[in-house]
Write a protein that binds this ligand. Structure first.
Ligand code: GDP
Length: 535
């Protein structure tokens, strides 16, 4: 295999998803620890803390104990490059999470064994299902008094709408948690609590020592044998093709905080999770968009911006555009073009995200996430290439359901407000709508907290004190028509309802669900889109 092809094949890019408190941060840290990316436990939490200290607006995050920003970490394990993308757990930032999920090839779902599949996980599952993203399931906190593993499997199956295939099986739980049986190696790893232990330190016994294990774990052993038989009898065999097609999920049990059952997950990422997959794009030929699938091993460099974040240092107006490499190879100094504007991209730096720090990128391949530091000129959904004219599709923007009008307290700061809203809009922190008829700018959000973050950031980063006032709008639809004349008629009929978003896409603002229906009846040729995909 050529070394280029090998670089692509050895990459794994996945998102870690869960309901808050299920143990995502803990598991992330242990994965980093066991891959050797970090040396001491507690480092991930430490990273969170220092981020708070250096950035003012992250204060909000600290106060609320939620993770506003999602982050990226790269690790090397068994000669594989693993890119882990964290997702914000709070539902108000779900848009951000959806976009992160467009940048990965698989997902690791963490479930609290006491709570089963919780609300926020459910929403994330939906997005994975839509995209047929393969999901690996980790059932965490087996050291606690939790639910019966058969119940949990049953619930995961129902929620995911696909069969679970247990890869490990727990013996006991809570105070009587004895360990896990690895169904592939047919051996039991014995549980021991503590966060210092390395995976190889756990005692392991082959199942051929059945009699000894039965004696040692007594009733727990007998119960585990029975439930394991039921579970494996009822579930299909692990089928890699089915897993990759998002049609079954391998399930692992363990306790993240005790380093237990984690190595099995790390190995699964290497052995089971897919290498970078092809991505759909549009190619513009003679002003006609034609679909083209970009293969990760295609030679030309291409990537898509799935996240834009203000740099943590509020004194610098620069921003980091997070790019998922889709094909080719990135090397420093290479000429890049933003397809939307056809302008050259001249980043001040290009970084890769190691667990603890950012480093200058030396090379990057499909699956990798690289960060371009810029002073603007890049938006969410932008396609960046070495010159080839193509535009990736599929980065979703959802029609907001909450709207607020922005009132600037000091009118002399209008220019700064405009700049702030432009930038926050481009970042996707909030959706900004400019009414065609003039008047105050409108902010649209999916979650209430987004407004608070934006208000806070406008003050902290742009010195703009704003008041947010409620308004009559309850929804928006992006508008397209087959001919300019049809579009013209429509906008003429609803001059007060038309607005442009941050990407200058025309939207129709509604005050009730009936609005859309009525407008649609009146103008059957107009298309109303609840979702905008960057194109
Ligand atoms: P996140 O919100 O999903 O990132 O969850 P965290 O990783 O911050 O964990 C939430 C809480 O659960 C923390 O207090 C952890 O120490 C605890 N926790 C995580 N994993 C386990 C586990 O396996 N067993 C027990 N008993 N507690 C855990």
């Amino acid at each position: 295999m050529s070394s280029f092809l090998n670089e692509v094949r050895r990459r794994r890019t996945f998102a870690i998803i869960s309901h808050p408190d299920a143990g995502k941060t803990t598991l992330t840290e242990k994965l980093l620890l066991f891959s050797g990316a970090i040396q001491i436990a507690g480092a991930v939490k430490g990273r969170k803390a220092s981020r708070h200290a250096t950035s003012d607006w992250m204060e909000i995050e600290k106060q609320r104990g939620i993770s506003v920003a999602s982050s990226v970490m790269q690790m090397l394990y068994r000669d594989h490059v693993i890119n882990l993308l964290d997702t914000p757990g709070h539902k108000d930032f779900s848009e951000d999470t959806y976009r992160v999920l467009t940048a990965v090839d698989s997902a690791l779902m963490v479930i609290d064994a006491a709570n089963g599949v919780e609300a926020q996980t459910r929403r994330l599952i939906e997005v994975c299902r839509q995209r047929d993203t393969p999901i690996i399931t980790f059932v965490n906190k087996m050291d606690r008094e939790v639910r019966d593993p058969l119940d949990i499997l049953d619930e995961v199956e129902r929620e995911l709408g696909m069969p679970c295939v247990p890869m490990t099986w727990p013996v006991g739980q809570g105070k009587l948690f004895g360990g896990i049986i690895n169904l592939r190696t047919q051996a039991m790893t014995v549980f021991d609590s503590g966060s210092e232990r390395l995976p190889q330190d756990f005692e392991t016994h082959p199942l051929t020592e059945q009699a000894k294990l039965a004696e040692r774990f007594g009733l727990e052993w007998a119960a585990a044998m029975e439930s394991m038989e039921l579970a494996t009898g009822a579930s299909p065999k692990f089928d890699k093709e089915a897993f990759l097609a998002g049609k079954q999920t391998p399930v692992f049990f363990g306790s993240g905080v005790n380093n237990f059952g984690v190595m099995e997950v790390l190995d699964a990422l290497v052995d089971l999770a897919p290498s970078p997959r092809p991505r759909l794009s549009h190619l513009v030929v003679n002003k006609q968009a034609i679909e083209k699938t970009i293969q990760p091993e295609d030679e030309g460099f291409a990537g898509v911006v799935f996240k834009v974040q203000a740099n943590m240092d509020a004194n610098h107006r620069d921003r980091i555009a997070f790019v998922r490499v889709a094909s080719g190879k990135f090397t420093p100094g290479m000429k890049l073009k933003v397809q939307r504007t056809a302008k050259e991209l001249r980043p001040t730096s290009v970084v890769t995200f190691m667990s603890q720090r950012r480093e200058a990128v030396e090379e990057a391949y499909a699956g990798d996430i690289i960060g371009f530091t810029t002073h603007g000129g890049v938006q969410l959904g932008d396609t960046i290439t070495d010159g080839q004219a193509l535009q990736f599709t599929g980065l979703p923007f959802f029609a907001p359901e909450l709207f607020m009008t922005v009132i600037l307290k000091n009118p002399l700061r209008t220019k700064q407000l405009q700049q702030g809203l432009d930038q926050l809009g481009e970042e996707g922190a909030i959706q900004v709508f400019k009414p065609e008829a003039g008047g105050a700018m409108l902010l649209g959000a999916v979650g209430q907290l987004q407004f608070e973050v934006v208000q806070h950031r406008l003050k902290a980063e742009y010195d703009c004190d704003v008041k947010l006032e409620s308004c009559q709008y309850t929804g928006a639809r992006w508008i397209t028509a087959d001919t300019p004349a049809e579009l013209g008629e429509f906008t003429y009929a609803y001059p007060q309802r038309m607005a442009l978003d941050a990407a200058n896409t025309l939207a129709y603002l509604c005050t009730s669900p009936y609005d859309v229906r009525l407008a649609q009846e009146r103008f059957p040729k107009i298309h109303f889109h609840p979702l905008r995909e960057h194109a």
